[in-house]
Design a protein around this ligand. Structure first.
Ligand code: PRP
Ligand code: URA
Length: 209
């Protein structure tokens, strides 16, 4: 898996349209994000390594496929990353979870770190970083910097919307990390928001301003 993958599945695109609408409620936004996260999780885990085990069905013994290797890690970029995390944990309940607390300074658009907690042995695990928005990419780049400092060396980044400017910055900083997104939007506006976008993902998820 390399570069940028746009998940064009009709269900993803339909739900994303509902999320973009300004009239969608907080509850509706959260529900849709959780639903889309299941479909994005399906896509990002497509190439997980497999092995097999011998099992007994009610009829015969067989060799049957199971996931191989250490438990994977979902790294949620707070706050909005948690909206993708919940659905992903429904599909991969045994995954480990890292939390990277960052907010964007509204003046400088630089990411400011306020929390970091990650599981052990990141160097032996696939780490899937989740955040709905890739705007300037300052947040995603810093989150991945921190995870790499802790040993992560096999990463994917999953978002809902990516701006072309963010993709360019991200790819320069972390060319080894594939991006999986539901949409590449047009551009950033003068305040660093994605256009057409969906607004501030964290605020829409939690009903804040
Ligand atoms: C949003 C979003 C990303 C970041 C993207 O978070 O969830 O983390 O902005 O912007 P960037 O690519 O320009 O860094 P925000 O800082 O609003 O924090 P929140 O999730 O707590 O609302
Ligand atoms: N963060 C958001 O939540 N929305 C944007 O459009 C840009 C950054």
């Amino acid at each position: 898996m390399n570069g940028v993958t746009v998940v064009s599945h009709p269900l993803v695109q339909h739900k994303l349209t509902q999320m973009r609408k300004v009239e969608t409620s907080t509850a509706g936004f959260r529900r849709l994000l959780r639903e889309i996260s299941l479909l994005l999780c399906y896509e990002v885990t497509r190439e997980l390594p497999m092995t097999s085990e011998t099992i007994q069905t009610p009829i015969v013994e067989m060799e049957s496929p199971v996931l191989d290797g250490k438990k994977l890690v979902f790294a949620s970029v707070l706050r909005a990353g948690n909206g993708l995390l919940d659905g992903m944990l429904d599909l991969v309940p045994s995954a480990r979870v890292a939390h990277v607390g960052l907010y964007r300074d509204h003046e400088t658009l630089e990411a400011v770190e306020y929390y970091f907690k990650a599981p052990e042995s990141l160097d032996e695990r696939l780490t899937i970083v989740v955040d709905p928005m890739l705007a300037t990419a300052n947040s995603a780049i810093m989150a991945i910097d921190k995870l790499k400092e802790r040993g992560a060396n096999n990463l994917r980044f999953v978002c809902l919307l990516a701006a072309p400017e963010g993709i360019e910055n991200f790819t320069k900083a972390h060319p080894d990390v594939p991006i999986i997104t539901a949409s590449i939007d047009e551009r950033l506006n003068e305040s660093g928001y994605i256009v057409p976008g969906l607004g501030d993902a964290g605020d829409r998820m939690y009903g804040t301003k």
